[in-house]
Structure formats: structure tokens, C-alpha cells
Design a protein around this ligand. Structure first.
Ligand code: ADP
Ligand code: MG
Length: 247
């Protein structure tokens, strides 16, 4: 993919505080190096999605600062941030084709230049969707729909990619395939990736750094290998143990 090149941006959350109406207060401090791969793990309801939403700008903090690539983005709306996000599901517009859904990453009005069209075609080829450009989302498998979401992220060329349990609705084989694709794109393009996941296998295969979220805050951060080899904090081992027991 030669038309789509980019690299990662470093990321910093400084004393970010946030609460949903009537909810408990959360607080996040976090530094991520440019081009790092980060797994965000923690119990259900601990604040993983909220953390990603704050970085993407879908939620606004009560106080604190978010700096991405050296720029203070705290007050910027989502579309002005150098960030793309993929959700667990419902990433696509049902009435638009694959090519149009991807094209939205370039232009919200779908007025595409030659260069935009070339980037869309590249991204579609790169995510293994060639030949399916004219299909509607309903005519795609769950895995293919997530690939379309990924292709749209690619044409946006943002240096930070956020993934919120993107494989949770896919079977294990498709999930592995998606993870391999994201890993390959990361090797090629070096974007900074933060991925919320429940699956320690995904974290192990993909991430260099692990962020452990508990009770609305980051309670630990360190090398994924260290955490998963039993040398992380005791609370993380307890979380993994409880999680394994559930599976
Ligand atoms: P996780 O992604 O780790 O499961 P979330 O970030 O979704 O956790 O949720 C953190 C906490 O905030 C939970 O207590 C959840 O119930 C609450 N919460 C999440 N979204 C909302 C919302 N839109 N309005 C009110 N409370 C919310
Ligand atoms: Mg969540």
C-alpha cells in the first residue's frame, strides 16, 4: 500500500477526570510512546471503553489535558483529532456500499477526488475486500464488516488507532485473522494502536504494552510479556484467573 503511509503519534492523558451523570468518578493518567501497541484489559465496567472514548473525543473530561503528537486536543471534537476508532459492531452505514462506507473515511459527503478513489481501492485490496465493493453491509459476514471498518480507518490515515473489543462478535478463527491483519498494518505503517480486549491471547499476540484498568482508573501499566508471565501486579493475576474461570 504505497499511497497510504503514516507513522504513529505519542499520546498523553494528564490528570483526566470524568464521570457519567450520577456515575462514579474516573481518573486517567497515561503516557503511550509513538507507534506502541497497547492492550487495555480490565473487568467489565472498569472504564476501558470510557478511556478510549475520552481519547477519541466522544466524551469530554471534566478536567485534565489530552495531548496527541505534541498537540493539545482536549477541546477538539472527534473528527478534528488525529485518531480513528473501531467499535465492537455497528461501524457501518447499512444503506451504503462497501466502497461508500470506506469512502466516508476520506469525505463525509462522499465527494471523492481521483486520489481519494485510489486510496479507497488500495484499502479495499489491502483488507481482502476486492470484488465486494458494491455490496451492502447486510450481504457481508461479521468478519468482512469489521474489515470494511478497518479499510475506512486506513484511508483516514490517522496516526492513532483505537479498537474497542473489535473481535468480540467474531468467532476465534476470524478474530485471529483480523488481529493478524491489524498487526501487519501496524508493521507497515507504524500507527500507535490501543486495543481494549478481554482476551489475554490477543494481548499476547499483538501488544507490547499492557494497561490494566480497574474501578475507573489505570491501576498498572507495563510490558505485556511481564504481566502475562505472572510477573505483573497481583490484582492483574486475580483478574486473569477470574476471567479464565468464566471461559
Ligand atoms: P468497560 O468498557 O471497561 O466495560 P465502560 O467504560 O463501558 O467499561 O463503563 C465504565 C462505567 O461507566 C460502568 O460503570 C458503566 O456502567 C458506566 N457507563 C458506561 N457508559 C455509560 C453511559 N453512557 N452513561 C452512564 N454510565 C455509563
Ligand atoms: Mg467496553
Amino acid at each position: 500500500m504505497n499511497r497510504i503511509t503514516r507513522s504513529g503519534a505519542g499520546l498523553r492523558l494528564e490528570a483526566i477526570t470524568f464521570a457519567y451523570p450520577g456515575g462514579a468518578s474516573m481518573r486517567f493518567d497515561l503516557t503511550v510512546e509513538a507507534s506502541d501497541t497497547v492492550a487495555i484489559m480490565g473487568p467489565s465496567g472498569s472504564g476501558k471503553s470510557t478511556l478510549l472514548s475520552l481519547i477519541a473525543g466522544f466524551e469530554m473530561p471534566a478536567s485534565g489535558r489530552i495531548v496527541i503528537g505534541g498537540e493539545d486536543v482536549t477541546l477538539l471534537p472527534p473528527h478534528r483529532r488525529p485518531v480513528s476508532m473501531i467499535f465492537q459492531e455497528n461501524n457501518l452505514f447499512a444503506h451504503l456500499t462497501v466502497a461508500q462506507n470506506v469512502g466516508l473515511g476520506r469525505s463525509p459527503s462522499l465527494r471523492l477526488t481521483e486520489e481519494d478513489r485510489a486510496a479507497v481501492a488500495d484499502a479495499i485490496a489491502h483488507t481482502g475486500l476486492a470484488g465486494k465493493e458494491k455490496r451492502l453491509p447486510q450481504a457481508l459476514s461479521g468478519g468482512e464488516r469489521q474489515r470494511v471498518a478497518l479499510a475506512r480507518v486506513l484511508v483516514r490515515e490517522r496516526p492513532v488507532l483505537l479498537l474497542d473489543e473489535p473481535f468480540a462478535s467474531l468467532g476465534p478463527a476470524l478474530a485471529d485473522e483480523m488481529l493478524d491483519l491489524i498487526a501487519a498494518l501496524h508493521r507497515e505503517q507504524g500507527m500507535t494502536v490501543l486495543m481494549a480486549t478481554h482476551d489475554p491471547r490477543d494481548a499476547e499476540r499483538f501488544s507490547r504494552t499492557l494497561v490494566f484498568v480497574e474501578g475507573g482508573t489505570i491501576s498498572a501499566i507495563g510490558p505485556t510479556q511481564k504481566f502475562l508471565s505472572g510477573h505483573g501486579p497481583a490484582a492483574f493475576d486475580r483478574y486473569l484467573g477470574a476471567h479464565r474461570a468464566l471461559r
